[in-house]
Design a protein around this ligand. Sequence first.
Ligand SMILES: NC(=O)C1=CN([C@@H]2O[C@H](COP(=O)(O)OP(=O)(O)OC[C@H]3O[C@@H](n4cnc5c(N)ncnc54)[C@H](OP(=O)(O)O)[C@@H]3O)[C@@H](O)[C@H]2O)C=CC1
Ligand SMILES: N[C@@H](CC=O)C(=O)O
Length: 426
Amino acid sequence: MNKPIRIALLGLGTVGGGVYKLLSMRAQEMPQIAGAPIEISHILVRNANKERPGVDAALLTDNWQDIVSDPEVSIVVELMGGMEPAHTYISEALAAGKNVVTANKDLMAVHGGELLDLAEQHHCDLQFEAAVAGAIPIIRPLKQCLAGNEISEIMGIVNGTTNYILTRMTQDGMEFDDALAMATELGYAEADPTADIEGYDAGRKMAIMASIAFHSRVTFEQVYTEGITNIHATDIRYAKEMGKAIKLLGVACNTPEGIEVRVHPMLIPDSHPLATVNDAFNAVFVHGDALDDAMFMGRGAGEMPTASAVTGDIIDTARNLLMGCTGRIGCTCYKELPVKAIDDIKSKYFIRLRVEDRPGVLAGVSGVLGNNGVSISQVIQKASKGGSSDLVVITDTVRERHIRDALTILRSMSMVRDIASVIRVY
Ligand SMILES: NC(=O)C1=CN([C@@H]2O[C@H](COP(=O)(O)OP(=O)(O)OC[C@H]3O[C@@H](n4cnc5c(N)ncnc54)[C@H](OP(=O)(O)O)[C@@H]3O)[C@@H](O)[C@H]2O)C=CC1
Ligand SMILES: N[C@@H](CC=O)C(=O)O
């Protein structure tokens, strides 16, 4: 039998704890699955004295040097999250010739190119399947199985926390804050859930996928992001009346003018396959010239689903180590494509306004929209209390900048009390 492959876990929280459990559950079969036993030799945590039931306390350390200077450690599994010290530790591990597995999308969406180059330089693997869409295999399919395609579009639900929140609000009428507390309790949310609810986490995942799919580096700062904090129960109710669901979607397209990449809530028809992806499930659509369409679906967050993806990367790296072929797949970005500004992107819009309840208001609003090149395809007007009514307008496809111009004028009109929501429509 091959001698054990020694790995170090950096982090023993939701995901690290799941990986520890899964490796223990598969320990007997690991020589057959990976080609050698996989042994955890160190676990780095902030607080090594904290009680951790079921974990061998002798493995715990709060000293990174114990790990990076140990020549027996051949795979470092980074599950701490955040930029620092994860960036430094991963760079030092790769420079020391250690392979790295990480679930860290924050880091990969900003420093992915540099870290992949470093891995290649040191003939090491740097694998990050869990960084996008939890348990769903999507990084490896994009890099390997679909490598023969020219991929033109990726679209999907790539954040479990927000999908869970929107599902609870839609199906159970739950309040936003209660649903977020439950997502946190279930281990779906980031250490700072602002990243989830403001769309940054999904934006990071879209940057990573767009870079791989279009062979051109896209960083997080280039992704337009809008979260779900402005989605109200009223919007969900109107969407239901129209036979639609509201989802936080990531969209990336490779167009002749450049890459479009964005994350924002969207109304999609109930008949669309993404409308039925609920709770913490994620789904990613990919369109390629040879492939046509494919959809990948599964659990996008949580302890064991994420541990599944991380453990798959550990096993793959172990196999590469045994075959002497680590560092086989580095950075696949060989183009430098421009990324389009959001102002140039076209969509249909759902606009919910609170307006004065009197004749002439609809004409006033549609006049402003029309003067800015925005045509209307549907209107719903409902009278309510206090002399104001809800006016919901669905537009035809229009350039983002024209909608912004129209909204600026509408905001300044006395007949418009409030622009309550502006949501894109599929
Ligand atoms: N939760 C999920 O569903 C998913 C998470 N991810 C990613 O996985 C990573 C981990 O997430 P998660 O497990 O939820 O995070 P947690 O907050 O649950 O766990 C973080 C762990 O890292 C340790 N840690 C943090 N900072 C340091 C540090 N400076 N030095 C040493 N140890 C440190 C903590 O130590 P201590 O225990 O002492 O506090 C803790 O054990 C993140 O990158 C996240 O984005 C990816 C996909 C899904
Ligand atoms: N916070 C993330 C965790 C997985 O990436 C999410 O909710 O999707």
